[in-house]
Design a binder for this molecule. Structure first.
Ligand code: TYM
Length: 335
């Protein structure tokens, strides 16, 4: 498979800073699959990003490989999608530096993820955490994608990338293609099961369902999911008034493909007692084959290695073309 000028391109990545969870799946990975006939697809493990927060090296290695196995288990065929590890393609760090010089301090200061993470890791507010969005812009722009399928929490970074494109192209002409944020309504923002005001995240594990989790643990988490303290106790979509129930409905909709009206009808008169385990069961059945397939793939280290090697080679070919063009435009002497 070669990148082709006439086909559209899709690109996205996930940090291997924690085990993948349902938010990552429904917000991002689910939208990556099945596109390879139509698009040139690039998906990577964002390990350069992961070290903006301290990582245990052995855990980072384990999670990076597990994440690759999970991408494949989620249906991303490595023959049809370019799957790679970010640090294997040195062009990311190089373009990241250049784009740092075209990203404003004020823009970076406004990034919500920076504010959240610096509050959470007050003892390690490092430069990488601050300039992370210009590296993300480099990740994206190296491949000139049309679409970047991510959850709503990453939209701000894609918008910053668009600003960088405008600024850079404004000076040097048409160097980068303008990428579009891509997401789906149900999956864009999966909330925590125990505190539905917050997004689902590994930092609140009781409210977070991990892709590799055992069915009995998933069932328990859904049974304990916070619904709402209203008196009507009926399954009705109302994100403002009933955030807990609406989040479960979002999950159920994203997993089963049903509309909110269909879900309301299905549980009409049944209450939360029937609804919560039904959502749990749907998630268990969704994740069961992914977990089993991940375990099978993970056992074959030679296969995984061949996938990430080939992926990095293909990715580097495309990335190098863009980097050359950028270096030339800004005035570096070719070597
Ligand atoms: P990360 O690693 O935090 O999350 C990976 C993907 O999962 C989505 N996501 C969610 N979607 C819905 N509900 C949730 N609760 C939820 N939690 C996470 C995220 O929106 C994301 O799509 N900066 C990125 C990684 C990255 C990247 C890139 C993405 C680096 N370079 C280039 C796209 C293109 C990040 O931290 O995502």
């Amino acid at each position: 498979m070669e990148a082709n000028e006439n086909r559209k391109t899709m690109l996205s990545g996930i940090q291997p800073s924690g085990d993948l969870h349902l938010g990552n799946y429904l917000g991002a990975i689910k939208n990556w699959g099945g596109r390879s006939e139509e698009f040139d697809c690039f998906y990577f493990m964002a390990d350069l990003h992961a070290i903006t927060v301290r990582q245990n090296p052995a855990d980072l290695r384990r999670r990076t490989l597990t994440q690759l196995a999970q991408y494949i288990a989620c249906g991303l065929d490595p023959e049809k999608n370019t799957l790679f590890i970010q640090s294997h393609v040195h062009q990311h760090a190089e373009l990241g530096w250049v784009l740092n010089c075209y990203t404003m301090f004020g823009e970076l200061s406004r990034m919500t993820q920076f504010k959240d993470k610096s509050a959470k890791h007050a003892d390690n507010i490092n430069g990488g955490l601050f300039t992370y969005p210009s590296l993300m812009a480099a990740d994206i722009l190296l491949y000139q994608p049309d679409y970047v399928p991510v959850g709503a929490d990453q939209k701000q970074h894609v918008e910053l990338t668009r600003n960088i494109v405008q600024r850079f192209n404004g000076v040097y002409g048409d160097v980068f293609k303008m990428p579009e944020f891509y997401s789906t309504k149900e999956g864009a923002r999966i909330m925590c099961l125990t505190t539905p005001e917050n997004k689902m995240s590994k930092s609140a594990p009781e409210g977070c369902v991990f892709l590799m989790e055992k069915p009995e643990d998933i069932a328990r988490k859904f049974k304990r999911a916070v619904t709402d303290s209203d008196t009507e106790r009926c399954v009705r979509y109302d994100p403002e008034g009933k955030p807990g129930v609406s989040n479960l409905m979002n999950i159920y909709a994203a997993v089963t493909g049903r509309s909110m009206e269909e879900i309301e009808r299905e549980f009409d008169g049944k209450g939360y007692g029937a609804f919560k385990p039904a959502v749990g069961d749907a998630v268990i059945e969704l994740l069961r084959p992914i977990r089993e397939e991940t375990e099978r793939i993970l056992a074959d280290k030679a296969y995984l290695e061949s996938v990430y090697r080939t992926g990095a080679e293909r990715a580097a070919r495309v990335a190098e073309r863009t980097l050359r063009k950028v270096y030339k435009k800004v005035g570096f002497i070719p070597h």
